[in-house]
Ligand binder design. Structure first.
Ligand SMILES: [Zn+2]
Length: 87
């Protein structure tokens, strides 16, 4: 058993179809995208609780939300970005 045996099918595809420079550029791109999403769904203190700014529709002044406040640990977008759990 080696590390190649443990790769997911998609990881193996990337490895077989891209050279190391392409892989580095892809990692840098996706790292930037993830950071932008995390900034959009940033935690903010709102009336005594920590909420997701984006899911709650927090106004730029931070005084009100367009949606019911969403606790930051319940942000569905950030949950979707987490890697799958090991079986
Ligand atoms: Zn969110």
């Amino acid at each position: 058993m080696n590390r190649y045996d443990d790769l997911s099918p998609r990881a193996l595809w990337w490895l077989q179809n891209l050279d190391e420079l392409d892989l580095a550029e892809s990692c840098a791109y996706y790292e930037t995208v993830f950071e932008q999403v995390r900034e959009l769904h940033r935690p903010v203190d709102y009336r005594g609780q920590t909420i997701c700014a984006e899911c709650s529709g927090l106004d730029p002044d931070g005084d009100s939300t367009d949606n019911p406040p969403v606790p930051h640990d319940q942000c569905a977008t950030l949950k979707a970005l987490q890697p799958p759990k090991e079986p």
